[in-house]
Design a protein around this ligand. Structure first.
Ligand code: ADP
Ligand code: MG
Length: 610
């Protein structure tokens, strides 16, 4: 029987055949992966039908003939019936080619070379190198069939002679592609792409070395290179993983798990949200490459394999999810993984720092959102601290263990880096009292602290909050005398009326400041980080002015001068006060219009007398 390809197949064929795509060799990978899929499907079918399977029959056999300029590949998998042949090789019903076609439509028929490379064009890729393709196939209990096509618009299907179940594909190569009829060249390609195919591969009768299901082997049988190679193969990664966890469990479910941590945050540099890449297997049979609901969201950086013989094979993926077994497996693995991270954190701080550099963001997300594991995840958080030099971070547990006996809160200051935070007015008061402050550089840190609320009974408290109560400390002699009580009182009253109630709710002189003349204490329900986020999301809308308590330092020379200036030149004093106010907002990260500063600064400078 002669058939015509559907229009869309013609389109794909046309592009594949005429493309200047350089990696012609990928057709080998595509055909091997189809042979492997077909064998896996058979294994799955036999297992779910509770039938014995002769594993040794499941092999992939490749034969090349230099003189005839041919390439052939044979498997003993499920094969295809007549309607399957029509459906699978005559339409675009399957994933790889479908995606290719969609991308093609989106790009109005124009596909750059590297774009083509992103898609497995699947079976049709063979037409890059073929003059003619013959497929001989037989499904279990079905009649053997011969599909044939020379890359034109038509293909034929005829009965044929083929006693064994499975599929054999014979490729007559174009004269230009003689290289694919040479065994050494094919061996090289197979090494590159198909080393982990879980079936023995033969090339011209000779067995190729394939590395199999390493997650089922014991740790002692494996070296780092094998672990790294498998990771790169399975998650299409270019660099080695930074860490992995390989273990076996028997209760409450039987499973083998191999979980990898990538060396870099897969969502860095604005790459979109990644999908969890931990595949679910049952006795080496792939059940689901990326099962949903196995892990909580924050684990999406993970790659690897979970293989459990407790998965009933005759159950569909949907009911698999309903049964909650996926989640149960995920839970067992997650618990172990978190424990594993804690062990590294306590035994090898340097390695943990690297891991944290890659997946710290995800751990934070988990600590904030994953209510089942937040206590354990909070212990894995790391922050810089006022106590240590740059580069050394601390855990919350260590912070708490260093807290002063009467200290009830975990103090933190937010800013883009250590320098910014330490140049601001907030940390000095804590330092002067020997209190440790954690430094939050990442905008999500404040959010995580807010969501956790407390750690081991100690509440998180931002250092710029008006709620911070600090004990009085004796002033040192060189700091000089503060201005008199009466002067302070009248200065505070003047500041309040000069700035107005819409800018400040209160003026304080509680002596928290050491070097800085003034500071803005956040009395707003909106945190500075939240403010920055709202501003970034909606740059055009005007935010209400932040409500602050304005703290002044009566020992600061600036305040002493201001006190005097008010009596000599009130207008200039007002300008200086507004400048101090803006400086305080700037240091607090809540100044909405920084331009006002330089304009006013010029006005003030104009008053300098020679
Ligand atoms: P994909 O593998 O992404 O589904 P392909 O273009 O590679 O797409 O293959 C198309 C379909 O043809 C497969 O889904 C499968 O059903 C069928 N097929 C291809 N090769 C074989 C084979 N060796 N044995 C059985 N079926 C096959
Ligand atoms: Mg395929």
């Amino acid at each position: 029987m002669e058939y015509q390809f559907k229009a869309e197949v013609k389109q794909v064929l046309d592009i594949v055949v005429n493309s200047l795509y350089t990696d012609k060799e990928i057709f080998v990978r595509e055909l091997v992966s189809n042979a492997s899929d077909a064998s896996e499907k058979l294994r799955f079918k036999k297992l779910s039908d509770k039938e014995e399977i002769d594993e040794s029959s499941l092999k992939i056999s490749i034969t090349v003939d230099k003189d005839a300029n041919t390439f052939a590949i044979e498997d003993f998998g499920v094969g295809m019936t007549n309607s399957e042949l029509l459906e699978n090789l005559g339409t675009i019903a399957h994933s790889g080619s479908k995606k290719f076609l969609e991308a093609l439509k989106e790009n109005k028929g124009q596909l750059g070379e590297n774009l083509i490379g992103q898609f497995g064009v699947g079976f049709y890729s063979v037409f890059m190198v073929a003059d003619k393709v013959d497929v001989f196939t037989k499904s279990e209990g079905g009649d053997p069939l011969h599909w044939s096509c020379d890359g034109s618009e038509n293909f034929t299907i005829q009965p044929c002679d083929k006693p064994e179940r499975g599929t054999k594909i014979e490729v007559s190569l174009k004269p230009d592609y003689k290289e694919f009829s040479e065994a050494p060249r094919i061996r090289e390609i197979l090494e590159k792409y198909s080393a982990y195919v879980d079936f023995p591969i033969f090339l011209n009768g000779e067995a190729l070395k394939t590395r199999q299901a390493i997650w089922l082997k014991s740790k002692s049988e494996l070296d780092d290179k094998q672990y790294c190679d498998f990771y790169k193969f399975q998650s299409h990664a270019y660099s080695d993983p930074i860490d992995w966890l390989h273990f076996k469990a028997d209760a409450p479910v039987e499973l083998n798990a191999l979980i990898y941590v990538p060396a870099e945050n897969p969502e860095r540099l604005g790459f979109g949200k990644t999908d969890c890449g931990v595949s679910l297997y049952c006795k080496k049979v792939l059940i689901d490459a990326s099962p949903k609901d196995m892990f909580p969201e924050w684990m999406r950086f993970a790659r690897g394999v979970i293989d459990s013989s407790d998965i009933p094979l005759n159950i569909s993926r949907e009911s698999m999810q309903d049964s909650g077994l996926t989640k149960k497996l995920g839970n067992v693995v997650l618990k172990r993984f978190v424990k594993h991270l804690s062990e590294i954190a306590s035994k090898n701080a340097e390695k943990y720092a690297k891991i944290y550099g890659s997946i710290g963001r995800f751990i934070k997300e988990g600590a904030a959102m994953d209510f089942d594991h937040r206590n354990d995840l909070a212990k894995l958080l790391r922050f810089d601290s006022s106590l240590f030099e740059d580069g050394k971070s601390t855990s919350l547990q260590d912070y708490v263990s260093r807290m002063k006996p009467d200290q009830k809160e975990i103090y933190y200051a937010s800013g883009s880096d250590r320098e910014t935070i330490e140049n601001g007015p907030y940390v000095e008061a804590f330092k002067a009292r020997g209190l440790e402050v954690l430094y939050f550089y990442d905008p999500v840190d404040g959010f995580v602290a807010g969501s956790l609320g407390e750690f081991e009974g100690k509440t998180f408290m931002p250092a710029d909050s008006a709620d911070v109560k600090l004990p009085d400390i004796p002033q040192s002699a060189e700091e000089g005398e503060p201005i008199s009580k009466d002067d302070i009182e009248s200065l505070c009253g003047w500041i309040k009326s000069a700035l107005g109630a819409e800018k400040i709710s209160e003026v304080l002189t509680s002596g928290r400041l050491v070097d800085s003349p003034v500071a803005a204490l956040n009395a707003d329900s909106i945190s500075p980080q939240m403010r920055a986020m709202l501003r970034a999301m909606n740059p055009d809308s005007k935010m209400p002015a932040p409500i602050i308590k304005f703290e002044i330092n009566p020992r600061s020379p600036v305040i002493k001068n201001l006190c005097r200036l008010r009596k000599d030149d009130e207008n200039l004093a007002k300008l200086v006060l507004e400048q101090l106010y803006d400086n305080a907002l700037l240091a607090a990260g809540i100044l909405d219009n920084p331009l006002s500063i330089s304009k006013r600064m010029n006005e003030i400078l104009a008053h300098i007398k020679a």
